[in-house]
Design a protein around this ligand. Structure first.
Ligand code: AMP
Length: 398
């Protein structure tokens, strides 16, 4: 059997695959999108022509087509040694990644009530790869698991306690795989061990969250019961006054309409009235579009406030870390955010920041900064591949 690891990330209408070799080096990546619609397409990184799909291809059909193409291209010459799946919600059942057996499947299913848009589609990806590769060990890696170390004071809301006991209403947190990778990478860049590294990790992509990591362990995070809480995001509002539901009901909006608006018409898109894409917003702002400049301003201010909030969980800080599409690429967002943090002693160095820390091992802080500030490209798929390897009998190292 060839020693490759297949990583599967099923979204509601998309499928991302990544193949890693036995040294956990990425061999290739592939994407299928607009699945279950007439526009469904699939492509493999570095390969010009698209992969042919049946019309309105399902996740399973896209998976089969991509794997078959991997084989034609010689990228996968036999069955993978292990398959790692990203699963969004592991509830309190999963404190770490797990080998997928029937009992794990039942528990993932049981968490579906907490992530009705995500877990069912993750499960359909698992079902498809189990059918295709029945003899290959499969591993689930959860977005929530890394945050299972939060202390009660951080994960419990000040709500009737029966809501937690009976329905599991609490902060779970998401992007755990990325925040964990930030802690690992920051430790490496700072020449420390994970167990002695404390960072504030800001994952800023279409979804955004921040985590306080003390001695390698997650102790607070901004996303909550759902991925709606916390920072301003592409189309999600982040924190709002919960009284908004009551108020908007007096304006004739039902819960479902408010839910839709908070998730899909708010955030950068809502404020700018133009786009949820930070790169486009920056261009619009440069051309004098005031609502776009305001959206960026609100985004950075909320983020800075949360950096301050995360400090309450730490007794020492080794670095503030930026990652995700925005965190890795937007010097403007990092600069504007850190400007709000002067009082706490954070200072950015403009030229290092403009270069996204590329020539300085990720460092973008000024000499006079009290704390290191790092830009670290995230690689959630690599973490999933390592976990799949470790739990299927490999080392997980590399
Ligand atoms: P992700 O979900 O991690 O892929 O991140 C997507 C977000 O990253 C979008 O808002 C993009 O506009 C943003 N992004 C990517 N590259 C840049 C860039 N060079 N400058 C500003 N934002 C960027």
């Amino acid at each position: 059997m060839e020693d490759v690891i297949l990583v599967v990330n099923c979204g509601s209408s998309s499928l991302k695959l990544a193949l890693f070799d036995q040294h956990h080096r990425r061999r290739t990546s592939a994407l299928a999108d607009s699945l279950n619609t007439e526009d469904a397409f699939a492509r493999i990184d570095g390969v010009e022509e698209k992969v042919a799909l049946p019309s309105s291809a399902s996740h399973r059909e896209a998976l089969e087509a991509l794997v078959s193409r991997f084989r034609d291209l010689g990228l996968m010459t036999s069955e993978p040694r292990a398959i790692g799946h990203r699963v969004v919600h592991g509830g309190e059942a999963f404190k770490e990644a797990t080998v997928i057996d029937d009992s794990a499947l039942r528990s993932i299913q049981a968490c579906a009530g907490l992530a009705p848009l995500h877990n069912p589609v993750n499960l359909s990806g698992i079902a498809a790869t189990r059918l295709m590769f029945p003899a290959v060990p499969q591993v689930a890696v959860f977005d929530t698991a890394y945050h299972q170390t939060l202390p009660q004071r951080a994960y419990l809301y000040a709500l009737p306690e029966a809501w937690y006991r009976e329905w599991g209403v609490r902060r779970y947190g998401f992007h755990g795989t990325s925040h964990y990778f930030m802690a690992l990478e920051a430790a490496r860049l700072l020449n420390r061990t994970l167990a002695t590294t404390s960072v504030i990790s800001a994952h800023l992509g279409n979804g955004c969250s921040i985590a306080a990591i003390r001695d390698g362990i997650s102790v607070d995070t901004s996303m909550g019961l759902t991925p709606l809480e916390g920072l301003v995001m592409g189309t999600r509002s982040g924190d709002v006054d919960p009284g908004i539901f009551d108020f908007l009901s007096t304006k004739g909006l039902c819960t479902e309409e408010v839910h839709q608006a908070l998730n899909h018409q708010s955030g950068l898109l809502g404020v700018s009235g133009q786009t949820n894409d930070m790169r486009s917003l920056c261009e619009l702002a440069d051309h004098g579009h005031k609502p776009s400049a305001l959206a960026i301003d609100i985004f950075c201010f909320r983020l800075a406030k949360y950096v301050g909030a995360m400090m309450a969980s730490l007794s020492q800080l080794d670095a503030l870390v930026f990652t995700g599409g925005i965190g890795e690429n937007s010097a403007r967002v990092r600069q504007k955010t850190v400007e709000h943090l002067h009082l706490m002693g954070f200072k950015i160095r403009a030229d290092f920041n403009e270069a996204n820390g590329q020539y300085t091992d990720g460092h973008i802080e000024d000499n006079g900064s009290r704390f290191a500030i790092l830009v670290i490209p995230t690689d959630e798929e690599l973490v999933i591949a390592r976990e799949a390897s470790r739990l299927s009998g490999g080392t997980g190292a590399g």
